[in-house]
Design a protein around this ligand. Structure first.
Ligand SMILES: NC(=O)c1ccc[n+]([C@@H]2O[C@H](COP(=O)([O-])OP(=O)(O)OC[C@H]3O[C@@H](n4cnc5c(N)ncnc54)[C@H](O)[C@@H]3O)[C@@H](O)[C@H]2O)c1
Length: 373
């Protein structure tokens, strides 16, 4: 059953809409929709980073400042906006941090989603779609093949293997596997508290609206990066963290053997994918992977950033250290995104890194000048 049709000038509510992705999404949608943002301006994300708040103001977007853990505030925001489309982006987002802040991650990501569901049921009679910012982290080690090229599930990597520098994903019998790009046919196997909460968000929304007129769409995002990602938040955004460290003259510490592989997708492309989910005449009721589809090792991107910032390309240390929840290889198979949304990445990693470096050099120069004044 579906009532999905294209709505003209829809009322849209974006939770977490003041964030890195959300504020750009709000701005992009505001030309053809009435957009309201619900966000608590989490200090870890927003302190020292006024750009996103300014963007919302420039586009005259209504902002409701509130916490997703506050059921009454969420209900009130939904009742006031009577949304036709909701994008659910509000979340705690640090993989490593999630191991230390288990309750907070569950309260915000899991209970916050539950409060949103209650609010929708009580106050959103016109709602047709909910789009969740899902995460590739739900795949854990992701899709792999064995020595004969047969698809084989990987298990969580063992502390003992990692401690002796054996970083390869393995099957149940301990045989090394080769990772390959992942799509939603891959089994889920979250390897961190963050990933577990992101998977719960998917389950809660899909189950709550199963069989209803409200379509739930999930975009599982790879590593989103680009100009505007907080340079101050130590818990997310490896490219922003590296950029800041390089500009500050630090030596980059690179985990494992430098061959951890990620799929870096530019924030503008992610915004385009979200916009497509909201505005296509029939939203795909399925899980769609969003990434560049291009593997890049952490060592490779570190060297590229050092080069772009004019710093000797050997200013890094491969530490051999490893972290709980870090997975070895994450790259999206973006076939579904191309087929179902007509979406594809618009820029190469090289172009995106240049844009990030230009923006961060400017931002840090301005911040430095402000401190000197
Ligand atoms: N950036 C990535 O690489 C990436 C990858 C996969 C998934 N995602 C998902 O995309 C979404 C947006 O991520 P982002 O990169 O824009 O992060 P972000 O931290 O910039 O944005 C999250 C927003 O949520 C808000 N928020 C946090 N806790 C809240 C609370 N208790 N109540 C209300 N608002 C709260 C923050 O203030 C922030 O504005 C998240 O759901 C994240 O899990 C991001």
């Amino acid at each position: 059953m579906t009532t999905d049709t294209r709505i003209s000038n829809p009322r849209i509510l974006i939770t977490g809409g003041a964030g890195f992705i959300g504020s750009r999404l709000a701005a992009a949608l505001s030309t053809a929709a009435t957009v309201t943002v619900f966000d608590n301006f989490h200090p870890q994300v927003h302190d020292g980073n006024p750009e996103n708040r300014d963007r919302l103001a420039r586009h005259a977007i209504t902002v409701i400042e509130g916490d997703i853990r506050d059921a009454a505030a969420v209900a009130d925001a939904v009742a006031r906006t009577r949304p036709q489309i909701i994008y659910h982006l509000a979340a705690e987002t640090g993989t490593g941090q999630s191991f230390d802040l288990v309750t907070r991650y569950n309260d915000v990501n899991v209970m916050g989603t539950a409060y949103l569901i209650d609010a929708i049921r009580a106050h959103a009679p016109d709602l047709t779609r909910v789009v969740l910012a899902g995460s590739r982290s739900v795949y854990g080690e992701g899709a792999c093949v064995d020595a004969e090229g047969r698809p084989t599930p990987a298990v969580e990597r063992l502390d003992a293997d990692l401690a002796r520098g054996d970083f390869a994903p393995k099957d149940r019998a301990g045989r090394a596997l080769t990772p390959v790009p992942t799509d939603a046919t891959c089994v889920v196997a979250p390897a961190s508290i963050y990933a577990s909460t992101k998977l719960m968000q998917e389950y809660l929304l899909s189950q709550a609206f199963w069989g209803s007129d409200i379509a739930v769409g999930i975009l599982r995002l790879q590593n989103v990066y680009g100009p505007g990602q907080s340079l101050n938040n130590p818990y997310t955004g490896v490219l922003s963290i590296f950029t800041r460290q390089i500009v500050e003259g630090k030596t980059l510490n690179i985990y494992e053997d430098g061959e951890i592989t990620r799929d870096f997708v530019l924030v503008d492309d992610v915004v385009a994918a979200f916009a497509a989910m909201g505005l296509v005449p029939r939203m795909p009721r399925e899980i769609i992977d969003i990434g560049s589809g291009e593997p890049a090792t952490i060592l490779d991107v570190a060297r590229r950033l050092l080069g772009l910032l004019g710093v000797p390309q050997d200013r890094y240390t491969i530490t051999g250290a490893y972290r709980p929840g870090d997975i070895r290889y994450a790259v999206a198979d973006i076939t579904r995104a191309r087929d179902a949304l007509g979406w594809q990445p618009s820029k190469s990693l090289g172009q995106g890194l240049e844009a990030l470096v230009d923006w961060s050099s400017e931002t840090m120069a301005v911040a430095g000048a402000g401190q000197e004044a």
